[in-house]
Design a protein around this ligand. Structure first.
Ligand SMILES: O=P(O)(O)OC[C@H]1C[C@H](OP(=O)(O)OP(=O)(O)O)[C@H](O)[C@@H]1O
Length: 276
């Protein structure tokens, strides 16, 4: 059955969006549409141009016999900013404030539309970064970690705060949870990731950064490399912030637990993108 160009473009776009960072050989599309590879190359040029013009992402071509094309999500700032501003308005409710300057985010983290969009935007910040694994810590960071990892075509590694028989042999470290100055434990199965993995650390919220630091320490036990750190929301700046290099979509700027007021602004996501 022959496919018209318009049909090929629609189906090809859908396939590429569903398979981010997968290498798709041109022959795959040529056979799928019973078309010549030259026609497929022309189709892909149109898809690439439109993706880039509409701020959706880009296509990278891998030359050679084992080559093909890979879709990389790369949401433009014009596309991302309205979403982040909407997120700010959603978060800026004083009744979200919790003791210790933490925030109630469970409703947002339970909203697949929000989490998937945030995942695409965070993944866009690493379009030129090689990432083998996305790491998070149970529990609230898990939905966002999966949303980011699905765009990076990587597995998710979930650090636990306790050891379970079902995890097999594990590595554990103790860390100081920043603000609370509590000694806490992090545990990870020895089978969770290969030695030397390049890891993107993702979490929902960062206050003092103790949790992120804990994951960094754990990573050292696997000779892993921190490829990046991304959080949905960062608490307002505090002196003893343990982590400097990270990206956030939203930040709390002025929290007054007593007055129950909260100011929220864009995180450093856009700032760091312009600096890159
Ligand atoms: O920067 P820090 O001061 O370390 O705080 C950030 C931690 C605290 C909170 O997790 P918890 O509510 O402790 O745990 P869970 O995600 O399981 O609810 C949040 O999800 C981050 O992981």
């Amino acid at each position: 059955m022959k496919f018209r160009r318009s049909e090929r473009l629609i189906d090809m776009t859908s396939y590429l969006l569903d398979h981010p960072r997968h290498l798709v050989p041109l022959t795959f599309f040529a056979e799928r549409y019973s078309s010549a590879k030259s026609s497929i190359s022309e189709d892909l040029a149109i898809v690439k141009e439109t993706f880039e013009q509409r701020g959706i992402g880009t296509l990278q071509t891998v030359a050679g016999a084992a080559g093909g094309v890979k879709f990389f999500v790369n949401v433009s700032d014009e596309e991302a900013r309205p979403f982040v501003n909407e997120l700010c308005s959603l978060i800026a409710h004083p009744d979200r404030l919790l003791p210790g300057g933490y925030l109630y985010l469970t409703d947002i983290l339970g909203n697949p539309t929000i989490v998937q969009k945030a995942g695409r935007i965070i993944a866009s910040a690493y379009v030129n970064t090689k990432i083998d694994v996305v790491m998070t810590v149970a529990t609230k960071g898990i939905p966002l970690a999966y949303a980011v990892a699905s765009q990076l075509n990587t597995p998710v590694v979930i650090v636990r705060r306790d050891s379970k028989v079902t995890e097999g042999p594990t590595v554990s470290i103790n860390y100081v949870s920043g603000s609370a100055k509590r000694i806490q434990t992090m545990v990870l199965s020895k089978r969770s990731m290969p030695e030397g993995s390049r890891v993107l650390i993702v979490d929902d919220f960062m206050k003092a950064g103790g949790t992120v630091m804990g994951m960094i320490s754990l990573l050292e036990e696997f000779n892993g490399t921190v490829a990046g750190i991304a959080v949905l929301v960062e608490a307002e700046k505090i002196e003893e912030r343990l982590v400097d290099e990270y990206k956030s979509l939203v930040k709390l700027t002025d929290v007054n637990v007593k007055e129950k007021t909260i100011q929220v602004a864009e995180g450093n996501y856009f700032k760091r993108r312009t600096e890159e």
